[in-house]
Design a protein around this ligand. Sequence first.
Ligand code: AMP
Length: 278
Amino acid sequence: MADTLEPGRITSLRAFDIGRPLGKGRFGKVYLARVNSTDFILALKVLDREEIMSTPRAETQALREIEVMRSLRHPNVVRMYDFFAEDDRLVLMLEYAAHGEMFIQLRKRKRFSERRSAKYICEVADGLAYLHTKDIIHRDIKPENLFLGLDGQVKIGDFGWSVHSPTEGQRTLCGTLSYLSPEMVLGLPHGKAIDIWALGVLAYEFIVGKEPFEADDSAGPRLVHKRICNCDVQFPSFVSDGAKDFILSLLQLKPEDRMPLEQVPEHPWIVAMRSKSR
Ligand code: AMP
């Protein structure tokens, strides 16, 4: 099977056999589809243009996602083959992530083994490092925005919040509350290191089965913010010393103290876990 589509070749939904719905997102629906008379399977994200236009922020967000995704090629990033507008719809042709959402897998298993977590974290780190070389900050890394491909490899998706930023220093408060980095909570300028912090939160959530900076709902976001700014992380007894060391090397208050993504595969805990899987 070809692994790509020629850009600009498809300009209508009539070019596809549309299969089952895969899910519903903020702006539209996602369907499994096959390019007519081929065995090329993909995910079609069909966005309602009117709905997008009616909220200025949504339009910016959708267009940003499209712009960002169409330039990317990496095994750990959901590929966008192409897109087209037809009638009142905007259609994105996406790589099909056959094993669906990471979030669902995590909820099913409650938490992942350290071995599985290490594999996934390494793959997310690799995808993020690639995005950073393109001056793209993802800004919303969490299990809901990660997918699993046919061979079980992680695919980073959902670029709604990402920014293309050659110069560091974004100030918008965005992303998901408990994945926010201290510099975002404090409204300080922030850059690529926010994704490294989020990787630490993700590693904790994979291994422990819940987020590190959770707080009682009644306490509201202020307590979560306080815990983030104090890096108040507590580990259950089943977490290994290696995993704790790994997570804490990412969850450093100062962005410059966080372990660079390129060093993730060399961390002793990752090395130990990865050699176990062979
Ligand atoms: P989204 O609009 O990106 O939030 O997508 C809505 C839902 O569609 C997701 O929660 C997934 O269940 C599904 N989905 C989105 N993109 C893909 C994809 N590339 N492959 C498989 N399922 C997807």
